[in-house]
Design a protein around this ligand. Structure first.
Ligand SMILES: [Zn+2]
Length: 254
C-alpha cells in the first residue's frame, strides 16, 4: 500500500515538474489553468492528468490533433518510478526527501536541456547552494563532501569547456557553461564520494547515444539530431547512479 502511495505521490510530483518544464522556458507564469502545449487552448481536467492524459489522447492533442511531445509522459513515469524506488530503499526518511529533491532538479534540468538546449544559471546555482546547505543532515553526505564534489566537478568541467572552445572555435560550443553549472550541482548534491561514478554513467550514456546517431546516419536516411544535449545525459546518468547505488558509496567520514 505504501508503495502505491509513493507511486501516486511520484505522479503528482511529475505533473508539477512538467508545469515547470512547460512554463519556465516559455516565460509563462505558474498560475492559471493548464493549456495545450501545441495550440494554447485550455485543457479539460482529464487531458491534464499525469501520464493518463497522454495515454487517453494516444499522444495526439484532442483539441488540435497535433502530436504531443512524449517527454511529458516520460517525465511523469520516470518521476513516479524514481520515487517508488527511493521509497523502497530509504523509507520515509531524510535521505528519501533529499534524494527525491535532487531527482526533481535532475529531471527538470534534463528535460529542459533536451527540448531547448538550455540550462538555467540561477536555478542551477541556487539548487547547488541548497544541496550544500543541507548536506550535513543527510546520511552518507557532509558539507565537506559537498564542497569537494562541487570544486572537483567545477574544475573538471571548466577544463572540458575550455577544451571544447579551443577544438571547435567556429561552432556553438558543444559543451556550454550551463553544463559546468550542472556538473557543480551534481558534485554538491552527490558529494565527491559519488561524483565520478555519477559522471561516468552520464558520459557512457552520451557516448552510446552519439554512437547510435553515427550508426543511424550510416545505414539510413532518417533525420538525426545535429547535436546531443550533453546536460540531459549528465542528468539521466546521475539519476541512474543514485537509483542504483543511493548515496551509499564510500561513507564520507569527514
Ligand atoms: Zn491543442
Amino acid at each position: 500500500m505504501d508503495i502505491v502511495l509513493a507511486g501516486l505521490f511520484g505522479l503528482v510530483l511529475g505533473a508539477g515538474l512538467n508545469i515547470i518544464i512547460i512554463r519556465l522556458p516559455r516565460e509563462r507564469g505558474f498560475g492559471g489553468p493548464p493549456r495545450c502545449t501545441r495550440c494554447g487552448q485550455r485543457l479539460a481536467w482529464w487531458q491534464a492528468l499525469p501520464l493518463a492524459g497522454w495515454l487517453i489522447q494516444a499522444g495526439r492533442a484532442r483539441c488540435c490533433g497535433r502530436r504531443l511531445d512524449a517527454i511529458y509522459p516520460l517525465v511523469d513515469a520516470l518521476t513516479a518510478l524514481s520515487v517508488m524506488l527511493l521509497y523502497m530503499r530509504h523509507g520515509l526518511s531524510v535521505s528519501f526527501c533529499y534524494i527525491t529533491a535532487v531527482t526533481a532538479v535532475l529531471i527538470v534540468t534534463g528535460a529542459i536541456d533536451w527540448q531547448h538546449r538550455l540550462i538555467y544559471t540561477l536555478p542551477t546555482l541556487g539548487a547547488t547552494l541548497a544541496a550544500g546547505a543541507v548536506a550535513f543532515i543527510v546520511p552518507y553526505h557532509s558539507l565537506l563532501n559537498a564542497v569537494l564534489g562541487l570544486l572537483v566537478a567545477g574544475i573538471l568541467f571548466v577544463v572540458f569547456y575550455l577544451v571544447a572552445r579551443i577544438m571547435f572555435p567556429a561552432h556553438r560550443a558543444p559543451f556550454g557553461l550551463g553544463d559546468v553549472y550542472l556538473g557543480m550541482f551534481i558534485g554538491a548534491a552527490l558529494g565527491l564520494t559519488n561524483l565520478l561514478g555519477a559522471l561516468l554513467y552520464g558520459m557512457l550514456l552520451a557516448g552510446a547515444f552519439a554512437g547510435l546517431i553515427v550508426l543511424v546516419r550510416r545505414i539510413g536516411r532518417r533525420p538525426t539530431p545535429q547535436y546531443i544535449s550533453y546536460g540531459t545525459f549528465l542528468c539521466v546518468g546521475a539519476l541512474l547512479y543514485v537509483l542504483i547505488w543511493g548515496l551509499a558509496g564510500p561513507r564520507a567520514t569527514w
